[in-house]
Design a protein around this ligand. Structure first.
Ligand SMILES: *[C@@H]1O[C@H](CO)[C@@H](O)[C@H](O)[C@H]1NC(C)=O
Ligand SMILES: *[C@@H]1O[C@H](CO)[C@@H](O)[C@H](O)[C@H]1NC(C)=O
Ligand SMILES: *[C@@H]1O[C@H](CO)[C@@H](O)[C@H](O)[C@H]1NC(C)=O
Ligand SMILES: *[C@@H]1O[C@H](CO)[C@@H](O)[C@H](O)[C@H]1NC(C)=O
Ligand SMILES: *[C@@H]1O[C@H](CO)[C@@H](O)[C@H](O)[C@H]1NC(C)=O
Ligand SMILES: *[C@@H]1O[C@H](CO)[C@@H](O)[C@H](O)[C@H]1NC(C)=O
Ligand SMILES: *[C@@H]1O[C@H](CO)[C@@H](O)[C@H](O)[C@H]1NC(C)=O
Length: 669
């Protein structure tokens, strides 16, 4: 490519900061809240593999350290899929695609989409090869590459046949898993960030944090509005003035990513055919060609018709639904878990998703009462109601009187505010299994007005940074100026705000009204959510391509939708609505609380998903799956779990891996 897509906005050469990265990742896992996650994460240099999480054990094979040397930018973007070995057992490619699919002269600017493949357990030429499952982890703004590195092995094991290939039976299928970084995100270039360097980002973030969550302090709405507006105007204007990629910010949203996915599956078909040709020739050399040329037949690239197998979470369900509406004939398998209401999303009516959130907070009190003082440290005599009262008292108290934590030999002074605790509460709603016990412990501290642990967490979550010589030399927006972390908020807003059919630029009075509405919807998450959605105000980029009218239609194969009974940001009713728009769809309800089904292990859910990938069969209508573990209580295995120890183990691994991923960066949707 002439134009160097080797840049983030206007970047330069990569830096090596791996130690930083692994350290940093640990810090991120400790960040105390969703808003904090959205605000505190910062841009990173883009050249390293996922490092191992320090918090929870990951399966051995997702450890990418030994090939952390893989450098995305040493790979030349190509118009076809050219895989390079990376991260031990994975293969990486950079696919060159048009920025604007409407510019037909082939001369327009291009992007380089990063994708990573976990090869199937059988060769693509094997009759048991089932195709490539694309994944999207959510966000918007989440990195599919990162998710595949962390969870790819678990996801593949869940989709694949129970038996290893050596013992496979008739009909068993084995899949490739492919993760890709959508436009503007992570290893895909150019990459979005709203700040020229990490230090300006941190300074800004600290100032926003000081204001507190919307409405948590007298008259902070005005200032929060001004801040969000100022940041967004500059970020979007800069993005759209990017030399060589003018109007970049108008071309990064969902339908463009759908078009990229079409390219990915087509290029995959092409690549598979080439592999097939090679295998056939080899076969023929030894055995002579039979008239059937079976390998050629089954690996043939069906141009324009290559099917999609897809597994999307959260925002990934919106991406999947958009694909299904635009390319219905290509849907072969589609599992959409934690479902976004697409009509509301595209029409900027995004303030109506917190209806079940406080029911999760109720479950916190309920499970705590049930579990008793040994398992729930915030337990109170008097049951659920007593625990709820204690919680309410603690929150009321800290709203008036923050915890003052003087500095010591280890760390500087900190003040723990209502907003800090609220962010923690909000985040726990996403991941009750992983977070309720921590939340209970920290609430004990709040109730006792002991801020030492909270102060520790708060100060660790900060990423100290300074402007290095390398950054000075390389200039603003260069990777040398970015911490090896990721500005999740920039790309998230860039996608979210540009595709709200031009209605995302809310005024200050509207913001005040919306914040009030969200607070009324959910005391646990309303303020955090308002803070996030406020980010769209002033966003000055409008997507060139937004689906017209409501999504829906007849897909060539039915979609499997999954919703939890209580999901903090994608309520079950979304899944019901969406399933109805795509005739023949299946709907699976998982009876638990948290965001997406991997918030808790359920062998019932896992076997339904496996069966769907293996055979295409949907679960029986109105199937409700129980989980095999409850917050505070621990394992309560269902009969299915007792009967399938191996699947149970796999689903537990997947949940563990997901905790790391989601727990580390609970994205907004
Ligand atoms: C981007 O990729 C790097 C390396 O794979 C990873 O550490 C980082 O967390 C990713 N960013 C996101 C948003 O997932
Ligand atoms: C506060 O909590 C920490 C950690 O639980 C404990 O070590 C410390 O002694 C407590 N401080 C006070 C004053 O109770
Ligand atoms: C939120 O609830 C309060 C108190 O019930 C009410 O005064 C206010 O109008 C509500 N806000 C919205 C936007 O409905
Ligand atoms: C929005 O962007 C256009 C160019 O795309 C620019 O002319 C205009 O000044 C921008 N508006 C604001 C408020 O920055
Ligand atoms: C957004 O709306 C405000 C008024 O509410 C206006 O001043 C501003 O120019 C608008 N910004 C954009 C980018 O359209
Ligand atoms: C291409 O241009 C047409 C007409 O201007 C527009 O309707 C369509 O949405 C555009 N498509 C893309 C991909 O931008
Ligand atoms: C789906 O197909 C059925 C029968 O073929 C047809 O009646 C219906 O209108 C189609 N629905 C959509 C949304 O296209």
């Amino acid at each position: 490519m002439e134009k160097s897509t080797e840049k983030r906005v206007s970047g330069t050469a990569p830096t090596r900061v791996q130690a930083w990265q692994s350290r940093h990742r640990r810090l991120i896992l400790l960040v105390s809240g969703i808003a904090a996650l959205l605000l505190l994460t910062s841009p990173k240099s883009l050249f390293f593999g996922a490092s191992r999480s320090q918090l929870l054990p990951l399966p051995q094979d997702t450890d990418a350290d030994s090939s952390a040397d893989f450098r995305w930018f040493s790979v030349q973007p190509e118009k076809h899929l050219v895989y390079h070995d990376c991260y031990d057992k994975f293969q990486c490619a950079r696919l060159e695609l048009p920025l604007d699919y409407n510019s037909t002269d082939g001369e327009g600017p291009t992007i380089a989409v990063a994708l990573i493949r976990l090869p199937a357990k059988v060769p693509v030429t094997d009759p048991r090869y089932g195709g490539a499952i694309l994944i999207n982890p959510g966000g918007p703004g989440g990195s599919g590459v990162e998710r595949l590195l962390e969870a790819g092995v678990s996801l593949e094991n869940l989709a694949d046949a129970e038996r290893d290939p050596e013992q496979s039976l008739e009909g068993d299928r084995y899949f490739d898993m492919i993760g890709f970084d959508p436009r503007g995100i992570n290893h895909t270039t150019p990459t979005i960030t709203c700040f020229p360097d990490s230090i300006s980002r941190q300074a800004w973030t600290l100032q926003v944090e000081t204001e507190g969550l919307p409405g948590s302090r007298e008259a902070n709405m005005h200032m929060l509005y001004q801040r969000a507006h100022t940041r967004s105007v500059g970020c979007s204007n800069t993005m759209n003035a990017l030399p060589g990629w003018e109007n970049f910010g108008n071309h990064i949203n969902t339908p463009a990513v759908v078009a990229d996915m079409v390219e990915i599956v087509e290029r995959h078909g092409e690549w598979r055919e080439a592999e097939g040709r090679r295998a056939q020739e080899e076969h023929d050399r030894c055995h002579g060609r039979g008239a059937e040329a079976l390998i050629l037949q089954r690996t043939r690239h069906v141009k324009g018709e290559e099917p999609l197998l897809f597994w999307g979470f959260s925002y990934g369900t919106l991406l999947g639904a958009t694909f299904a509406a635009m390319q219905p004939h290509r849907v072969l398998r589609m599992v959409l878990d934690g479902v976004v209401n697409s009509d509301a999303y595209y029409s900027a009516d995004r303030f109506d998703n917190l209806h079940d959130t406080d029911k999760i907070l109720d479950r916190f009190f309920y499970y705590c009462a049930l579990a008793g003082p040994d398992k729930c440290s915030f337990w109170r005599e008097g049951g659920e109601a007593a625990i709820r009262n204690a919680y309410q008292r603690a929150m009321d108290d800290i709203l008036e009187n923050p915890l003052l934590v003087p500095g010591d030999f280890q760390r500087g002074p900190e003040i723990i505010t209502y907003s800090n605790v609220k962010e923690l509460v909000g985040r726990a709603m996403y991941q009750p299994m992983a977070m309720f016990p921590t939340l209970a412990t920290l609430l004990v501290d709040v109730a006792k007005r002991n801020g030492s642990v909270l102060a520790e967490r708060k100060s660790k979550a900060r990423m100290p940074s300074y402007r290095t010589k390398a950054c000075e030399d390389a200039g603003p927006y260069s990777s040398d100026c970015q911490l090896p972390d990721w500005d999740i908020e920039g790309p998230s807003l860039a996608i979210l705000c540009s595709e709200a059919r031009g209605k995302s630029n809310i005024s200050e009075p509207e913001f005040i009204e919306i914040a009030s509405r969200l607070r009324n919807q959910s005391s646990a998450l309303g303020e955090v959510w308002a803070q996030y959605l406020l980010g769209c105000t002033g966003w000055n980029a409008t997507a060139a391509w937004v689906p017209e009218g409501p999504l829906g239609g007849n897909t060539s194969h039915p979609i499997l939708w999954i919703g939890n009974t209580y999901d903090p940001v994608t309520p079950l009713r979304n899944a019901k609505k969406m399933a109805a728009k795509f005739p023949g769809s299946g709907l699976l309800q998982q009876n638990n609380e948290g965001h997406c089904s991997f918030s808790a292990p359920s062998v019932c859910t896992a076997s339904a998903i496996r069966k769907y990938f293996q055979t295409g069969h949907l679960p029986e209508e109105s199937l409700v799956c129980e989980t095999d573990e409850k917050p505070f209580i621990g394992r309560v295995p269902t009969q299915e779990a007792e009967e399938s120890p191996r699947l149970s183990e796999e689903v537990n691994k997947a949940v563990q891996t997901f905790r790391v991923v989601l727990g580390g960066r609970s994205l907004a949707m």
